[in-house]
Design a protein around this ligand. Structure first.
Ligand code: ZN
Ligand code: ZN
Length: 437
């Protein structure tokens, strides 16, 4: 019998309380100041060595940072939420170097086992309808415009409980443990900013996952997620020259036409024989007035690919198109990355491990175990995963089943809190398999 037996279940009420606490104070992107401080405080209590700020985030590698106003209001809010004596924790996070990495060493020879949990919310205003449980039961977000509508409040909670159990039972283990609490998963902005500091260097096993998504029943699990798509998010701006649309159109340089043409050409890129690719121009804004040749245009674009190479193919084609239409219309252009991640597949050994421990877990129903599934979406866990795999380590991404009140990123998103216990149990059993004595 696994030494994990019973340990996750004992923490049920603490898991629910923690989830509701984090749910109430959501933050997004790089500005997860309060969330980071609250997580760090608990990890310290559990006996972990913490790394914060520049030790775990390379400032210039961050993408999709957000505006100065957003930074200012996030910092002010964090100061209000945090007790005075904890304000010093914010200093090390500077202008948004948030997230925290925690380590514990058993002092016994063994592998370095890392877990990654994402901690950011989504830019959505949470429902205030009576049927929405967080509202009805008093743990709705304390702010409009930001909410935990993806379930990362659950991920934080699972990660903290796992860290607590491992630390309390450290005599059962060998090797080292590392917990990566990563911000900026939404928009695939976080991992690219953290990975260059070496936080997954030397990691033998990296485990991660998500609640819900394609696992929509309590007691269900998807053990190995494959085909996590690679993605690039980028903004394109065209700068032309305004002119009178009737009197002297030949003197203008039409940025609107350049953008319109670029959008159509991007959506017409020849598909690649090697696998799935995606392109989307999600925003196109241009021009100043009805009778003015448009001097400016902005496009928000993203590409995806089944592999990093396929995504690069799409992105490079987009840049060629931008360059080409800029020449045609005599406008200048800028392409600015705002996020991205590598793609990848879970390591087979980790998929098999998750399947094994799922069969042993009392929280998983055997007929609801799905061994492997193609994700067909992006998760910036893949950025860490591919770094670990390239260096010879193994990594896998699972999905823990839960009913959802509404889809991910919907204002009425909520999940069955039973999945928190399941998540802790599966990761803990995996820890005993990989680093148990
Ligand atoms: Zn999400
Ligand atoms: Zn998510």
């Amino acid at each position: 019998m696994s030494k994990a037996e019973g340990k996750a279940g004992e923490l049920k009420s603490e898991l629910v309380a923690n989830r509701r606490f984090f749910h109430k104070y959501p933050e997004t992107g790089w500005f997860t100041f309060f969330t980071t401080a609250a997580i760090a405080k608990k990890l310290k209590e559990y006996g972990y060595t913490l790394k914060l700020g520049r030790e775990i985030v390379k400032p210039e590698a961050r993408e999709g940072l957000g505006s100065q106003e957003a930074l200012h209001s996030a910092l002010e809010r964090a100061k209000k939420l945090l007790p005075e004596e904890e304000h010093s924790l914010l200093d090390v996070m500077e202008d948004g170097l948030t997230g925290v990495v925690a380590e514990i060493d058993t002092t016994r020879e063994g592998p370095l086992l890392a877990f990654r949990f994402d901690i950011d919310g989504v830019d959505v205003t949470e429902s205030k309808e009576e049927t929405h449980r967080p509202f009805k039961e008093g743990f709705r977000a304390d702010i409009d415009g930001i909410t935990h509508a993806c379930g990362h409040d659950g991920h934080i909670t699972i990660g903290l409980a796992l860290a607590k159990i491992i630390s309390e039972n450290i005599q059962d283990f060998k090797g080292k443990f590392r917990f990566i609490f990563q911000t900026g998963e939404e928009g695939a902005r976080g991992a690219v900013g953290m990975e260059p500091t070496g936080i997954v260097k030397g990691v033998d096993y990296l485990l991660g996952g998500h609640i819900g998504f394609q696992a929509k029943k309590t007691g269900g699990i998807i053990c190995g997620t494959n085909k996590l798509l690679a993605t690039s998010k980028f903004d394109v701006t065209f700068t032309g020259k305004s002119a009178h649309a009737a009197g002297a159109p030949q003197e203008g340089a039409n940025a609107l036409l350049a953008a319109a043409e670029a959008a159509i050409q991007m959506h017409s890129i020849t598909r690649h024989a090697d696998g799935v690719t995606r392109i989307n121009v999600g925003v196109l804004r241009a021009g100043e007035g009805r009778n003015v040749i448009a001097p400016n245009a902005y496009m928000a674009c993203e590409t995806r690919g089944e592999t990093t190479e396929l995504n690069d193919f799409m992105r490079n084609k987009c840049v060629d198109i931008v360059e080409g239409v800029a020449k045609i219309h005599g406008v200048s252009y800028e392409v600015k990355g705002t996020g991205g991640t590598a793609g990848g597949d879970s390591s087979k050994a980790i998929t098999d491990l998750y399947a094994k421990v799922s069969r042993e877990s009392p929280y998983i129903k055997n007929d609801l175990i799905v061994e492997e599934l193609d994700f067909g979406a992006c998760e910036d866990f893949a950025h860490f995963m591919s770094a670990v795999q390239k260096a010879g380590g193994q990594s896998g991404y699972l999905m823990i089943g839960t009913e959802l009140a509404a889809g991910h990123h919907n204002k009425s998103f909520d999940f069955n809190e039973e999945c928190l216990v399941t998540g802790v149990d599966i990761f803990l059993r995996s820890a005993y398999e990989l680093n148990g004595r």
